[in-house]
Unconditional design. Structure first.
Lengths: 285, 285, 285, 285
């Protein structure tokens, strides 16, 4: 009796979901990382031959694994819908490209390195961390743009004034920006400054103002991220669990609103009760 | 039929508000930034001639643009009231100053660089960031003053004791302050210290105490900004949306006050109801 | 009359709990630390002899002290159950190992240094700090793993491309990781970069992207710890004291729930009261 | 008519409180700071003579000022009760000590520098900042002790192992601690590491573990200060204004408690009302 396409897919799903299979995939990724690392050490040709064989074995295993995951989905569209699947697919297919010639060997090795990133897509906790990083990127966009404008202006000024003093550091706007990044990391920035101060004694204003502004923008970015993260964490807690301070406040709000409606009803009842024993009320008012 | 002054102004407003016009202004600013950057590279005279023409074109465009924005306002006073308009006006007029002589050429190039800052005044998100920076400045004022006093005292001590050891680093109070700023950024500070420790073995106390104090003041400033930003963000959320924890607490407060008033009314009603079936109440009290 | 085992244990408990004894133990630990420090200075043999005797005295005292604490417990299992006791026991027994031969002398001195750590186990405030550190470790686990993966990938790329340029910095993946850690601390990182930029002019992309990613992951880790600490501090305050904002909100929640139940009862009473003066109610509904 | 002692004191109080007098004191302090700074530059003897006269003038003025403030108080005890008065008194009297001999001249100049600190005691905003710093000190005590223990242990290990490799960096425990502080500031730490790695290839473990531990303890300290500051700011807001979220929560708590008492009274009233029209109640239950 031949296997129907459907039962075959179910079988692939079973393999994919298998805890042992998942662990094995992680082991192979770690092995692949170790092979990459080991290759940077000098070994005699025999050992190297083993590495090459191991490499092909790993490549084949990854190919099999991704095929299983593809076949486990109802169609290819469903597979590629998940960003992490596309990520895995690109990494696996890229390392399939034959790179035997000496020229392309470097590219081949480079592509194999990115296999290590598959760890991130496999371990859920790392995937969560990565997603958190991705979410923080847009917020940093405009701050980065502002930072870039500051760097650009200072680099232009720097290359106009200091370009002739030391072309290696201030030759053109691109080199100047790299030099300014160096100043921003405090890496031998005084050497850069003392050199230009010999010609322009007031050039310390240039460096100090740059350091202050960059530190300030960076600080602001950091605080922005902290605030953003806090608020989103707060909100998450608030929605999901209903626990924590924010959740309790929300609970109190809802119940206060309910109590208010009940009190309104009760007051109506009391008012209706009130006038009946007449005579009493008129005396007061 | 001649255009009346009013309809002319409306036409300028239409141009100013035009989305396409705005985008074009940004494109011209970016182009102007690229020209500034390109000029720092060596080019043959023909290309340079193109840059000079481009430069004049950009200057004329900016002049036209600012005139449109000026004429779009009912009067000049309304135009200059907005800080960003004044900022743009100064940048544009400054680059109009003829700077053909070799001496002034440097200043001319410098003034043109600041045109890049117009990006900040045009993109609303960057304007918001800039305003946030401006607001943080006063708060830092007194901390900066304290920092300056600390630097001044240490610089005075440094130049008295180490002035003869290395005049390049401790020659006078200004140089000493620059050296201390270097120490504060950890830039080759041990070289500075080892030199003076050769004569004064206990001078490490000077450096370590300085590093600790400066780090501490800086930390305090940073925390101050974080707290300030948090509080203002909190308050903003609170007023504007009424959402979030702070907003909900405020809602609860108001409704609790209302409930209290209602309960008071209800209690009064109940007390009035109570004595009717007389005899009951007097027994208790 | 011989002492019973029980009264002997009680006597040991008394010694252990004695405030004077505790202070004396701290004094001996500080003395032991001073001896360790003093030994790093050159002294004449006579003084050194005193140090050796002092060392043995301290070792014997620590042995006695730990025996007292062991005998003060009902059994050994109870003693070793507390992590700090095991910690103390290991430090004391390790320094008992005879290390007279020149080869082992280094190890002996090393083991004696760790006696200073006993200060941490004795002073309650330091123990609290240490426990706080321990609790933060798991949270950092996955972030550290992610950091390690990033370092590994960059180190692999680095050793492939720059391995031949400077084997001292990029010879193999281990050396490359150390070099990258150096770059992450901004320690002379431009020297590393300029060297590789001579061959690969675009290698600045490698360094700048690495610095940005590492700084970003580190920032995220820091924020994570801050958030975690804040939340746990918040919760602690909340449970223990019932004071502070979180405690008050919790109090309000509980009392609101109680008020609701009371109001429900009251409404029932009112409804029951309502229909008595009949005719009134039927008219309305 | 001679002035009575009391009216004289009142006159001194008037001088002390005078806004103009206060401003003049600040001007003199700034002048005194400028003289200190100017003295670090080479001047011809005539100018120097002016500085000496100015110095004496300032000293006399400070003496007069402190006497006025002393006489403005009812007695000396009241004057010295305020910490800032004692601070000012010490600074002023210290600079009175005659230091004409060449040997003591250095000390004299040193003491005059501290006069600049009087700015801190005079400007209220700086005094607030200083008080905030003072309050943060105790909290840091135990963390600093832990930091010191870590430095001590690593310094002992360092001087035992690396003492012979480079006595200038690891000669004894004191020098080792200074070297470790240098490593903690990332100042040329790789030079220190590479030197010892030549003999002990695994010594990178020593440096990396040290950097991680110190960074971690420092981070913890920083977070501790942030949390502490936030909590105290929170509490201050809470007590003083009753505004803000914390204040509103407190308000809600108090009013909820009040509402509860009122509801209890109302329920009692209702229960008392209920049973009167008897027969009704028995039917229900």
């Amino acid at each position: 009796m031949p296997l129907s396409a459907r039962s075959l897919r179910e079988r692939f799903v079973l393999i994919r979901e298998n805890k042992l299979f998942e662990t094995f995939v992680i082991v192979v990724i770690v092995l692949s990382a170790l092979v990459i690392g080991a290759k940077t050490y000098p070994f005699n040709p025999t050992v190297f031959q083993i590495f090459v064989i191991l490499d092909w074995g790993i490549t084949l295993f990854f190919l099999t694994e991704i095929l299983i995951r593809m076949l486990a989905e109802p169609n290819l569209k469903a597979f590629f819908k998940k960003g992490w699947n596309l990520f895995d697919f690109l990494i696996v297919t890229a390392s399939l490209i034959p790179v035997d010639e000496s020229e392309m060997a470097l590219l081949g090795r480079l592509l194999r390195i990115f296999r290590v990133l598959r760890l991130v897509s496999l371990i859920p906790e790392l995937r969560v961390l990565m997603n958190a990083f991705m979410q923080a990127i847009p917020r940093m966009g405009y701050v980065s743009l502002l930072m870039f404008i500051i760097f650009y202006i200072y680099a232009a000024i720097g290359s106009i004034f200091f370009g002739k003093i030391n072309p290696d550091l201030w030759g053109n706007i691109a080199i100047s920006m790299l030099t300014l990044f160096r100043v921003a990391t405090f890496e031998d920035w005084t050497d850069v400054m003392y050199e230009t101060m010999a010609e322009y004694p007031l050039s310390w204003v240039f460096y100090l103002s740059f350091i202050f502004i960059v530190a300030f923008v960076f600080l602001n970015m950091m605080i922005g991220i902290v605030l953003e993260t806090m608020q989103s964490e707060h909100e998450k807690l608030y929605r999901e669990t209903g626990q924590g301070e924010a959740g309790e406040v929300h609970w109190i709000k809802q119940h206060t609103a309910e109590m208010e409606r009940r009190l309104e009803r009760m007051e109506q009842l009391l008012i209706r009760l009130g006038p009946q024993p007449d005579g009493q009320r008129k005396d007061d008012s």
